[in-house]
Design a binder for this molecule. Structure first.
Ligand SMILES: *[C@@H]1O[C@H](CO)[C@@H](O)[C@H](O)[C@H]1NC(C)=O
Ligand SMILES: *[C@@H]1O[C@H](CO)[C@@H](O)[C@H](O)[C@H]1NC(C)=O
Ligand SMILES: *[C@@H]1O[C@H](CO)[C@@H](O)[C@H](O)[C@H]1NC(C)=O
Ligand SMILES: *[C@@H]1O[C@H](CO)[C@@H](O)[C@H](O)[C@H]1NC(C)=O
Ligand SMILES: [Zn+2]
Ligand SMILES: [Zn+2]
Length: 457
């Protein structure tokens, strides 16, 4: 009897995985056409801002954006590791970090065209959902909140991947929505969040650039009526950059509005997938009772380029790509598997995109649901070993140094609080008393005057 039920159990068990699917997420390829290696070692590139290109070689340097060889190697590795994904999510930033004067509308278009052609050549029958990055426009960051010929031209490059009605909304504002894999009950929402970027002067005075918030609200409201489940993808994320204290991307009102959109519609949103940081991180969304309701996954970039933002130490990464495993019935994100190229080893001739980690194994959680990701965050916040592990993954095995108290506070608070004010409060709470120097001056002044008030009543 026991043997029989065991057998039955084993026969049925594989069935529970039958609904498992997987997709690739790649982001921030940043191709530098002018990357050159002389005599096998001397590297020059346009994206290094005059910095010495250290640890360079044919596959790239942390001072520079990606050479073509790295991008090719990345797409070929994807084909080798998971040749037949259900779909590919590609969240933008294809051009190098150079002054606008070195690019043009046509140069930007040509770079996007080359990478599109590469992906289409290697994955001719795979559906790709492609979002614009702040570098996929000329001049960079200035994506307009209205119709524009660069939107038209990019839509033409991606026309094989787009339904005709997607081309229409893309031409209007660089966004679109389609049924996920054309299946009833499942939806992909592709946003152009570059419209909310502080550095975008085109949208500075708009309340709702390109009407995207109103449109997304409508799409998600209808999705709920139609009992659909939705994935949201985009490039620039809301919230804070974990590697620089208090550094955010969205204008404050847009940051609020994005949170409201997610809070209102979280029941149909099963995952958010973004890029732009070039790091491996995630952002939690909670309801007013503190219940985790949604997670935004920030996937690492392919470019190994070290950020030029002031005060960021070790701001580079190894090239990373990742597979999301999901339940094709519920769209629940089951697991996240990150692959990477050890750049210094690749430059010594050992070109191997290897598994870096599997989320459920490394963080001992059941899946990648908001509840599980909340547990991951609590682990990072409480346990120094978990924090160090997360910190190593954050730079894709590039920065192996210790993440001390100010670093811990910055990473924990940026993952926990997308809201700017709550992030500041979190920073004060998490940093005190070990690292009061991290607190904003205003808060310190209040604390000091309060303590005087109490000392001399
Ligand atoms: C990019 O596309 C142009 C025009 O089709 C082509 O001439 C060039 O060889 C391509 N470059 C790469 C690296 O594929
Ligand atoms: C973009 O394409 C649409 C047709 O899809 C056309 O009506 C519109 O004039 C084009 N806009 C620009 C700025 O080229
Ligand atoms: C999507 O599905 C509809 C019917 O459900 C079909 O008419 C249409 O051709 C499909 N589109 C694609 C791109 O497969
Ligand atoms: C990457 O490769 C270099 C050179 O072989 C090695 O020293 C380093 O430990 C490797 N990094 C990781 C994380 O394996
Ligand atoms: Zn980028
Ligand atoms: Zn970006």
């Amino acid at each position: 009897m026991v043997g029989k039920s065991l057998l039955l159990c084993c026969l049925i068990f594989p069935g529970t995985f039958a609904t498992s699917g997987s997709f690739w997420h790649i982001t921030d390829l940043h191709w530098d056409k002018n990357y050159k290696v002389e005599n096998g070692k001397k590297v020059t590139c346009e994206s290094s801002n005059g910095n010495q290109a250290y640890q360079g070689g044919p596959y790239g340097s942390h001072a520079c954006d990606s050479p073509w060889k790295l991008i090719q190697s990345c797409v070929n590795a994807m084909k080798k590791i998971l040749p037949d994904p259900d779909f590919i999510v590609w969240t933008g930033d294809d051009t190098p970090h150079v002054e606008d004067a070195k690019l043009s509308e046509e140069k930007v278009r040509q770079i996007i065209a080359n990478i599109t052609e590469l992906i289409q050549g290697v994955f001719p029958n795979t559906k790709v959902y492609s979002a614009l990055g702040n570098h996929d426009y000329h001049p960079k960051n200035q994506l307009p909140g209205h119709e524009n010929q660069m939107y038209n031209k990019t839509a033409q490059l991606w026309v094989k991947w787009l339904e005709p009605k997607s081309v229409k909304t893309f031409n209007k504002g660089g966004y679109y929505t389609e049924k996920l894999l054309n299946k009833t009950g499942f939806r992909m929402l592709v946003l152009n969040t570059n419209l909310y970027y502080k550095q975008n002067l085109e949208t500075e005075k708009d309340e709702d650039p390109a009407n995207q918030f109103a449109w997304a609200d409508e799409v998600l409201t209808k999705a709920a009526q139609d009992k659909e489940k939705v994935y949201v993808i985009g490039h620039v994320p809301p919230g804070m950059f974990e590697k620089r204290r208090g550094h955010s991307w969205f204008r404050p009102d847009f940051n609020k509005r994005y949170q409201e959109l997610i809070e209102k519609h979280h029941a149909v949103i099963l995952g958010q997938f973004f890029g732009h940081h070039h790091t491996d991180a995630f952002r939690m969304f909670y309801n007013s009772k503190g219940v985790p309701i949604s997670t935004m996954f920030l996937s690492p970039g392919v470019t190994p380029w070290e950020t030029t933002l002031p005060d960021v130490i070790n701001g580079a990464n190894n090239p990373g790509i990742r597979i999301f495993e999901y339940d094709t019935e519920s769209l629940l994100v089951q697991d996240v598997v990150t692959y990477y190229l050890n750049l210094s080893r690749a430059n010594m001739g050992k070109i191997k995109w290897e598994k870096e980690y599997r989320l459920t194994e490394s963080f001992q959680v059941a899946d990648a649901s908001p509840t599980s990701m909340h547990q991951v965050l609590e682990g990072i916040s409480r346990d120094n070993c978990r924090l160090q592990q997360y910190y190593r993954f954050n730079s894709v095995n590039f920065d192996l140094s210790q993440c001390g108290p100010p670093c811990r506070a910055s990473h924990v608070c940026s993952a926990r609080e997308v809201d700017y004010q709550r992030y500041e409060r979190c920073m004060v709470k998490e940093a005190a008393p070990a690292a009061l120097q991290g607190a904003p001056l205003g808060v310190l002044a209040v604390a000091v005057s309060l303590s005087f008030a109490f000392a001399w009543p």
